[in-house]
Design a binder for this molecule. Structure first.
Ligand code: AMP
Length: 283
């Protein structure tokens, strides 16, 4: 596996790899890798192209009171895992490499990014879309892989790629969960002993919604009550939002249909967690 931390090394290494004529597949991450990230890497590897993973804790997507400084990092371990997965190139730039002094351009989506997580985290999606644009320009992948766990992010990146004509195919990969259903997240390491069980509020609430939907309840207001009934059993969890959204527009819907999405965010202690369920699908 080749490694690049500077833009000039990335350029040179990519140039050499591209001589194979294979397409470039990109998996962007913020590192501290878990099986969720690795499932994206494996999906990308099945393409048999040049497999590039970026590992960058993007300062632009953290709010001033968020956990940028404390975000978990372990580059040596991540590099070992990626090497074992047969990754061709690891791009792990320092933050000054991507955000130069005086950096002031932003890529903003002005509609859907105000909803759900965007309403809670001002500027978050602008930070995400700005760095993803940088990565798409630097790496020029044919295909890029993102997790469905971050459903709104995936939705906005698809929009970014389409509306700015990036010519990159965006693939969504199913959420990977722990045996008890908790969606894997680098932030799960923050959970203290008693909090770990309380974090199950999202998957238990969503599972109850899934069951009610399967039994014929499609009204968002009623499904919301189902979720909240379950959430009562998780007193340490403070729900930030519970959204019933169109799979096509991500705008709220009153009646849920197949392909729509139920989005949820909570804090448990100081840890913020998100999860979702795509109506008609598995959790
Ligand atoms: P992050 O490092 O948290 O920015 O995540 C990098 C990529 O991995 C994003 O596309 C996430 O959606 C994806 N991802 C994170 N957690 C999971 C998970 N549990 N299952 C599948 N994909 C995930």
């Amino acid at each position: 596996m080749k490694k690049a931390t500077r833009l000039q090394d990335l350029k040179k290494t990519l140039q050499a790899l591209r001589r194979s004529g294979k397409p470039v597949c990109l998996v962007p991450t913020m590192g501290f890798l878990h099986e969720g990230h690795l499932s994206l890497v494996r999906a990308a590897r099945r393409k048999k192209g040049i497999l590039v993973v970026s590992l960058y804790v993007n300062p632009l997507q953290f709010g001033p009171k968020e956990d940028y400084k404390h975000y978990p990092r372990n580059l040596a371990r991540d590099a070992r895992l990626l090497q074992n997965e047969g990754v061709d190139l690891l791009f792990a730039p320092g933050s000054k490499e991507m955000v130069r002094p005086g950096f002031s351009v932003r890529v903003t989506e002005s509609d859907v990014s105000r909803l759900w997580c965007g309403a809670q985290r001002q500027g978050h999606f602008t930070g995400v879309l700005t760095v993803v644009s940088q990565l798409f320009h630097l790496i020029r992948p044919q295909t890029a892989y993102f997790g469905q766990k971050d459903f709104q992010q995936l939705f906005l990146i698809r929009k970014l790629a389409q509306e700015l004509f990036y010519g990159v195919e965006i693939k969504g990969v199913k959420t990977v969960r722990e045996a008890d259903g908790l969606a894997l997240s680098s932030r799960n390491v923050y959970l203290k002993k008693g909090e770990r069980q309380q974090a199950l509020v999202l998957v238990h609430g969503l599972a109850a919604v899934q069951e009610a939907y399967r039994q014929g309840e499609k009204r968002s207001a009623h499904l919301k009550k189902v979720f909240y009934r379950v959430a009562k059993g998780f007193p340490l969890a403070k729900l930030q939002y519970l959204g019933f959204a169109s799979g096509e527009t991500l705008k709220p819907v009153e009646v849920l249909k197949k392909g729509d999405v139920v989005l949820a965010a909570t804090t448990v202690g100081k840890t913020r967690l998100i999860d979702n369920w795509i109506a008609g699908g598995a959790l």
